[in-house]
Design a protein around this ligand. Structure first.
Ligand SMILES: Nc1ncnc2c1ncn2[C@@H]1O[C@H](COP(=O)(O)OP(=O)(O)OP(=O)(O)O)[C@@H](O)[C@H]1O
Length: 310
């Protein structure tokens, strides 16, 4: 049985069709990225999956349940985090929010305490347990939200923009935690994001939605093959230099400051960042090197173009 299944799902608002005959299935244990431009219909889909919004037509099954008929049944088996909205009690210390949620889910007190301890340890939240949620930093709050959503060990975790606004380190910690959670428990993951790094590090499948319709459904390599697997290497040289043309499998995109900083696009299927670096550093002193992640808006635009909607 699929853990998420929609068939011909439609949701209309007054003047907008937010979700337009969407048919998709997510299998247990998958980690699926759900991406699209602003207003493409991602949040509306998630709201229908969790019983917050009623479909105009079509069917939804989440863990085999119709969320409109049994929202509580879905809530027992699914954890949801909306990046912009909190499920925690703003003025209460974090510890108390976890306690209330454990009671709402009617968890066995010993099991709830063990699970809370484990999540607090893994998410490094120990020092914040006595802090009111309103005083947490954004990164701390997001980790607390994820702990709260996982307290009842759901089979499916739905995350709407989990890393929005987080600094690089907080993003990295959150992603590492989610990878570990999935490995240990086989939790199915569905996440929306505007960050390609989330997709690359967390997901083995990507769904792209465009005007409420599915524009792409495939693996990450499949996505790269559709939009081109170009990655960007930013190389800071020790000395000004002529343009770095002729490096195998790369294209020079930009050269700044008399050649001190050069941007090379490379085809990730034909070469590696290490091979490009080896080639350049055999000929020039290299001071620093960064790899730029592809911009998700750009990836989405190219998918839309490839699917004929431009
Ligand atoms: N409550 C509402 N009333 C009217 N229109 C709505 C409502 N919620 C969403 N919409 C419209 O439905 C469309 C899809 O919105 P939705 O929030 O699902 O997109 P999204 O893909 O999640 O976008 P974003 O990435 O900006 O969060 C948009 O055109 C939006 O304006």
């Amino acid at each position: 049985m699929s853990i998420i299944e929609t068939r011909d799902l439609v949701r209309d608002f007054k003047r907008t069709r937010a979700v337009d005959h969407l048919t998709l299935a997510v299998e247990p244990g998958e980690a699926v990225g759900y991406i699209g431009a602003n207003g493409a219909g991602k949040s509306t889909t998630i709201k229908m999956l969790t019983g917050i919004l009623k479909p105009t037509s079509g069917t939804v099954r989440t863990c085999g349940i119709d969320p409109m008929r049994d929202r509580i049944g879905v809530a027992r088996r699914v954890g949801v985090v909306f990046g912009q909205r909190s499920q925690l009690w703003w003025d209460l210390p974090l510890r108390e929010s976890f306690g209330i949620l454990a009671a709402i889910h009617r968890l066995d007190p010993a099991a709830a305490a063990a699970r809370t301890d484990r999540l607090v340890e893994q998410l490094e939240m120990g020092p914040q347990l006595g802090t009111p949620v309103r005083s947490l930093s954004l990164g701390q709050r997001m980790r607390a939200e994820i702990a709260a959503a996982l307290l009842h060990t759901p089979e499916l975790l739905i995350l709407d923009e989990p890393t929005i606004g987080l600094d690089v380190l907080s993003k990295q910690r959150l992603r590492e935690f989610l990878v570990a959670e999935r490995r240990e428990r086989g939790t199915t993951l569905l996440l929306t994001t505007h960050d390609m790094g989330d997709i690359e590090r967390l997901c083995d499948r990507v769904l792209v939605v465009d005007h409420g319709r599915l524009a792409f459904d495939g693996t990450l390599p499949g996505l790269a093959a559709t939009v081109g697997a170009q990655r960007m290497l930013v190389i800071d040289l020790a000395e000004p230099s002529l343009d770095l043309t002729g490096v195998p499998n790369t294209t020079l995109v930009e050269s700044e400051s008399g050649g001190l900083r050069q941007r090379l696009a490379f085809d990730a299927e034909a070469t590696t960042a290490a091979a490009v670096l080896a080639h350049v550093s055999a000929r020039h002193g290299v001071r620093d090197l960064t790899i730029e992640e592809p911009d998700i808006e750009d990836v989405v635009r190219r998918i839309y173009a490839a699917s004929g909607r431009g």
